[in-house]
Design a protein around this ligand. Structure first.
Ligand SMILES: [Zn+2]
Length: 360
């Protein structure tokens, strides 16, 4: 009887829908993104009950204006999804320097586009603040959503080790930033420690905190500029912050001045089941402490029927059934919304799974 009751409760839990919460979708600008195409895409999202689109047009204000206009015409919020620290073609001294003394534009870690700027550099900060303010000034932009607002991954998520041929049981010197003269001197002035003379800088907690504060301060400067334009600011972050973000990418994001946070709860990257999404969402909600809503970012698998045959973890993600579970666990853990990565991977079965979990 007990067993029957338990099954009944579980069945009920798996089929009840949650009251309407915002649902967002990440989508990037591509060559097909002319106004008519955007209008069709956004109308389709709206028809699926989506609240807003997080759209990556970088810092291009012309593209942003076109996309924001199309989003509002379709009845969607517009979140200007803007990769921050990864930029090409900037002055050499703007780039971060790794523990081996090599600049990120000369030898980016992991992938060629990891050309990371130095967030401690005042010229970099001023440039990023102005770029974000310019995006915020675009009519129709509701939020500026900061992405790559961090240092490069000093340790990759467990699921990515094999792909990049790495075993990462300690911080990886080639991806450990920033050891430029200014960062080293500033840290020495604050603490008396010459970090270049330390055998294992990963064992110096003050050095990690120094870099976390650099990012926190930059977020604060950007947030002030965005709000001065009457707009709101959010950020795409690693899960945690303490379990992952703070040490992997120096995001102590519970200290940030935000209007919303979008943790990328991409369980497959961490070789974890959908249940893990509930665990990290609970941590995030506790850390945010009602100062800003937590929107649970979920990575969707486009080719989910073939998932077990896909070797690249960046092709994995949630099947519709797993999405159902991840959404439920996110909302039970206190998430105030869901964001799906990305528009081009969401199948009809995923939309169906979403409709079964959240009232639209
Ligand atoms: Zn530096």
């Amino acid at each position: 009887m007990k067993r029957f009751l338990l099954s009944f409760v579980l069945l009920l839990a798996a089929h009840t829908t949650f009251a309407a919460v915002p649902v967002y979708v990440w989508q990037g600008w591509d060559d097909t993104a002319h106004p008519a195409r955007l209008a069709a895409d956004f109308a389709a999202l709206k028809a699926h009950g989506v609240t807003g689109v997080c759209f990556n047009a970088g810092f291009d204000t012309v593209k942003t204006a076109a996309a924001a206009r199309a989003a509002h015409a379709a009845g969607l919020e517009y979140h200007a999804w803007t990769p921050c620290m990864l930029q090409g073609g900037k002055p050499a001294k703007w780039y971060a320097v790794n523990r081996l003394g090599v600049r990120a534009d000369i030898a980016p870690p992991y992938v060629s586009y990891y050309t990371a700027l130095d967030p401690h550099n005042p010229e970099v900060r001023a440039w990023l603040v102005e770029q974000c303010a310019a995006v915020a000034r675009v009519p129709g932009v509701d939020f500026v959503q900061l992405d790559y607002i961090r240092f490069p991954d000093v340790i990759l998520a467990r699921g990515l080790w094999q792909k990049y041929g790495l075993v990462m049981h300690e911080e990886y010197p080639a991806a450990d930033y920033c050891y430029c003269d200014d960062c080293v001197a500033d840290f020495r002035a604050q603490t008396g420690i010459d970090i270049r003379a330390v055998p294992d800088p990963a064992k110096v907690p003050a050095w990690a905190r120094f870099r976390q504060r650099v990012i926190t301060t930059l977020v604060g400067e950007i947030a002030a500029a965005v709000r001065a334009e009457g707009k709101r600011v959010s950020a795409d972050v690693f899960p945690g912050p303490d379990s992952h973000a703070a040490w992997m990418v120096r995001q102590q994001w519970d200290a940030w001045d935000l209007d919303a946070v979008f943790p990328m709860n991409y369980n497959d990257f961490y070789l974890q089941p959908p249940a893990w999404v509930g665990t990290v969402t609970r941590e995030a909600v506790r850390a945010a402490d009602r100062r800003f809503p937590v929107i649970s970012g979920l990575f969707v698998c486009k080719d989910w029927r073939n998932k077990r045959h896909i070797s690249d973890p960046e092709g994995w993600g949630l099947s519709p059934e797993e999405l159902n579970s991840a959404v439920r666990r996110s909302l039970r853990a206190g998430a105030q919304g869901i964001c799906l990565f990305s528009a081009s991977s969401i199948t009809e079965e995923h939309w169906q799974a979403l409709a079964e979990t959240i009232d639209r």
